[in-house]
Design a protein around this ligand. Sequence first.
Ligand code: ZN
Length: 185
Amino acid sequence: MAEEQQCLECGKLFTENLVETEHGAFCRPCYDALLTTVKEQVAVQNSEINYPLSLAGGLLGAALGVLIWWAITFYSGYSVGIVAIVIGITVAKGITVFNGNRRSQSIQLMAVAITVIAFFYADYLVVRSYILSGNEAEYINILTYLPDPKIFLNVLKETFEAFNLVFLGIAIWQAWTMTRPYKFE
Ligand SMILES: [Zn+2]
């Protein structure tokens, strides 16, 4: 007799009429339902991508993520690097919500690019807040929200530490996987 296996989706035990996949076994009805869903998702993601809308969603998500990171870091007084993951999530979510869950490699690259910029900008904002909290009058006109790129880079150079790259990597990974195209196997 064939071995009993559990359907990954509904959890019932089956000995026959199972579909084996690389992720595990599914019963036929569950497999067919999942297949339909995946096919629909693939069809949607491959339909025309609105890049300006994707960009708008990504930037909005970035703004939200940066705000969360800044608030947590500045008010807790700790630099909690892992919070950077929030930026990857909000950027990816912003893009896929705005573009109707379209996915492609270009969308992934867009998500990563926005995440990287947002990551450094968030870092800048935190440092800016610390500096201004001591010497507001002296720096308020220099450390603006949209600083001179030279000043921006200088601030980052002074404060950036190598281990921050780990958190940047995690944020990038998050953005990349959350916008990864569905594969039809
Ligand atoms: Zn099932």
